[in-house]
Ligand binder design. Structure first.
Ligand code: 0FX
Length: 250
């Protein structure tokens, strides 16, 4: 059954712009359905902003889940920072576009943890169930993690893959004709706290060069200031960001 009334919730301008661009290139698909776009109520960068034919409305999913469950037959999370309430997930089809290769490194900043734990990285579009980044997989693809990657360069590759997966799968998703597979296991999950726990470098910790380089490149994502150590003399934070360059392709 094709979906006719679709809400896209996003807090990420790049993914949101790409989604709307895609619709603009599929006029038939756009005309046959109603689309609305929303973001977190505190997202000052996005709320009330106009993209093509759409205005991004602020939305509190926790308080408004009943009305949105009645108004829409498909809700797409395109990097929405709010967790969908169980009642919403169980009453209307909800789909997530995720910057990771499920079920590996579900949750926060998958590329940071893929650099650290050498597990798979990619992009996934999946049905949302009661657990985070966990439901049946509609499509997923791996992206390479290079020894010269920082969090930023790996993330750029992931975002390009997310856009590619949206392009390839949007029609099937909106038509309700897509197929799904179960993730092969529970994988692992990382929280914002897990990321924050990585940020302070203990100058006395003994690790190999490989571990040190991995930790520093996993924290390097300009313009964000992530990694730091405390200067023992001044007691001030000193921020660290590394750049890496590979001879590959020269
Ligand atoms: O939107 P998003 O790319 O993704 C995050 C989660 O990783 C994802 O699992 C969740 N579904 C989505 C709703 O939120 O995150 P972002 O736009 O806040 O940040 C993008 C990248 O920037 C992130 O992967 C790492 C980097 N970053 C971001 C912040 C805010 C940092 O390195 N430090 C930071 O303080």
């Amino acid at each position: 059954m094709p979906f006719s009334s679709i809400l896209v919730v996003s807090d990420n301008e790049i993914i949101l712009t790409e989604f709307i661009n895609l619709l603009d290139h599929m006029p038939d698909l756009k005309e046959q359905r109603t689309f609305n776009f929303a973001c977190h109520p505190d997202n000052e960068a996005l709320k009330y902003k106009q993209f093509s034919d759409y205005t991004i409305e602020p939305l509190n999913i926790k308080t408004d889940y009943k009305s949105i469950g009645e108004q829409y037959d498909l809700i797409i999370s395109a990097h929405c920072k709010q967790i969908f309430p169980v009642e919403l997930v169980n009453s209307v089809k909800c789909i997530n576009i995720h910057p990771g290769y499920n079920p590996y490194n579900r949750g926060w900043y998958p590329q940071v943890f893929a650099i650290l734990n050498h597990s798979l990285l990619g992009a996934t579009i999946h049905e949302i169930d009661e657990d985070l980044d966990h439901g049946r997989i509609i499509t997923r693809e791996i992206v390479e993690v290079k020894s010269s990657d920082t969090s930023l360069t790996a993330y750029n590759r992931v975002q390009a893959k997310e856009v590619e997966l949206m392009e390839k799968n949007l029609q099937n998703i909106l038509d309700g004709t897509y197929e799904t597979i179960m993730p092969e296991g529970e994988g692992n999950i990382n929280s914002k706290k897990d990321f924050n726990d990585l940020r302070e470098i203990n100058l006395n910790e003994r690790v190999t060069f490989k571990e040190a380089i991995d930790r520093l490149r996993a924290l390097s994502h300009p313009p964000f200031k992530n990694g730091y150590f405390i200067d023992p003399d001044t007691n001030q934070k000193v921020w660290i960001e590394v750049t890496l360059q590979s001879d590959e392709g020269k």
